[in-house]
Each structure stands twice: as structure tokens, then as C-alpha cells.
Design a protein around this ligand. Sequence first.
Ligand code: BMA
Length: 344
Amino acid sequence: MRRELKPGMTEYQKHEQGRRFADMKNPHHVDLIRRFPGNPVLTAADWPYPVNSVFNCGATRLLDGSTLLLCRVEDRRGHSHLTAARSQNGIDGWKVDPEPTLTPDPENYPEELWGVEDPRITYVPELEKYAVVYTAYSRGGPGVSLALTEDFKDFERYGDIMTPEDKDAALFPHRIGDNWAIVHRPVGPIGAHMWVSYSPDLRHWGSHRMILEARRGAWWDANRIGLSPPPIETERGWLMLYHGVRMSPAGCIYRLGLALFDLKTPERCLQRSQTWIFGPEEYYERFGDVGNVVFPCGYTLADDGDTLNLYYGGADSCIALATASIKELLAWLEENTSDPYVVE
Ligand code: BMA
């Protein structure tokens, strides 16, 4: 199969694309997550002001059906801010805000000294607002911050809600019982695993529970795992795509796996995939500022109520799109689950 070469591709990228097709295409796995052929959908070249890179973005559909991506934008100091890009169909015709949409405010929020990163957006019907949960980065390391917004212009900041080192967090769209719930990934002496915490008011968080533990040794998700896009509510439970980090002498590889959690007790893991379902293969995933990374922070749900549009960072350098069917993911997980609590 011959692929179209896009204008603006460097000779190196063309070479790599050809090489991948010739040597590296691995046909032995089901394609549960299907890449959009026109990837990447957004790069630094699409930005109305000078930036280094544009990658890990939160995503949501606005009331008029259009798609909003809140993109992590890294400047040439190495600091990140968030900027909104909007499109009618979620594929092309992106209109990028002329200026940064959510900038770090270290005077009032010192935890944002070195920038704000990796937003996850959840629409919260009870509040009629979008909750943006993002990483605030400063001397203490990354922490989790929350802001609410109705329009992605004005933000009501709650500041740091989880102290460093913590990241990869997203709010559930409604209360579980009486309390709000959040998934996050604190790092401590026992490792980098996924946790859930609860709050009566979005400010005070407690009842912390580990929900998924990184596996060990040679596993694809050994050592570090974290939530990728926000939890997806299905009839069978909260479906979560999570990233696993495989460390190797050549660096890390970021891949995605699946886990399903009980609807009423999200700390109960029901199923966990043994293998990863999506990993870096294309040139824009293999090569960039941080190669071998696929990192979705957002999804939107299509009108059919089943198709997920996943927006992911490729190699910390661009934004790409892939689609998946919730039904197919659940059916595959049912067939390919392993004991969620066995990590050896
Ligand atoms: C993670 C996060 C992501 C980044 C990834 C790969 O720890 O910081 O923002 O995409 O590393 O560099």
C-alpha cells in the first residue's frame, strides 16, 4: 500500500514513512484504534503565534456540536500553556485562538511557575460547566489543578487540588453517591499507580484508593501507568484507556491499554487488558521531541453514541486523531482480560 506524502514533510520523514511501511507494519493484531489517514491534524505550523510544539490536548464537543481541543502548547523556553482550537467536524478547518487561552499565573498560583500541561476536559451537567483538570508544574514537581469554565474564555481556578508529585487526572462527569470523584496518578515510595479520590465540594479531597497498579518487570505497563482521556461511562462500567510506560535503554515507550471499573464503586477494577491496544508506529508517533509516545488526553463521542474520536499527542510534537468503537473495545476486553490485580 502506498501512502500519500504530505506537503511540508522533510526528506527524513518521507524516508521514515516509507521504511515503516516496508519493514515495520505489523499485521498480526486487531486494529481497535484506527488512525485518521490525514494525521497529524494540528502542528506548531498551524499556530497563529510562534511556538515550539503543540501536543497532548483535552477535547470536548460544544453545545452546537462542534469540537473544541484545549491544546498543550510549549514555547521556546520549554514552558507550556493551553490554547483552544475549534472545528465544526473535529477533523479539519481548525480555528486556533489568536492568543493563549489559559496561561500559567505563577503570581497567584505558584505551582504553575514552569507551566500548565496535559488538560483533561469533563462536561459536568450538574454545574453546567466544563471541568478542566491539568498538570501544574513547578519546583515541587507536577501537581493536579482544576479550573471550571462555561465558555473556555473565563476560568474559575481552584488551584492545586492534589499536591506534587501527581498528574494524569480527570474528573468523573457526575457524583458517585454524594461525592465528586477524580482519577489521578500520584508518585510516591510505592510507585506510580492510578488512584481515585472523592470530594464533597471539588476542593477537599479524601478517601483515596489505589485502583490500578503498574505491572512489574518486562510488562509493557511496568513501573508507570496513568489515566489517558477521562473515564468513559458505559452500561458495563467506567471504561478507561490508560497509558503504560515501558522503560528501555533507548528511552521510554508510551502505549495504551484498557481497564473497566465498577460504575458505583470505581475503585473496583473488573477487567484489565493483558496487552496494549495502541502504540507508536507512524513517523509522527516515533519521531519528535520525545519519540515513541502516543498520549491521548481527550475524546469526543460521535452522534452514533458509540464512535470515540481520540485526540492524542504524537511524540510530544503534534496532535493526531484516531477512532474506536466503544462496543468493540468492550467486546475485545471481555475476551482479552487478565486478572486486574496480578501485576507480576
Ligand atoms: C509524560 C507527560 C506527558 C508527555 C509524556 C512523554 O510524563 O509529561 O506530557 O507526553 O511524559 O514525554
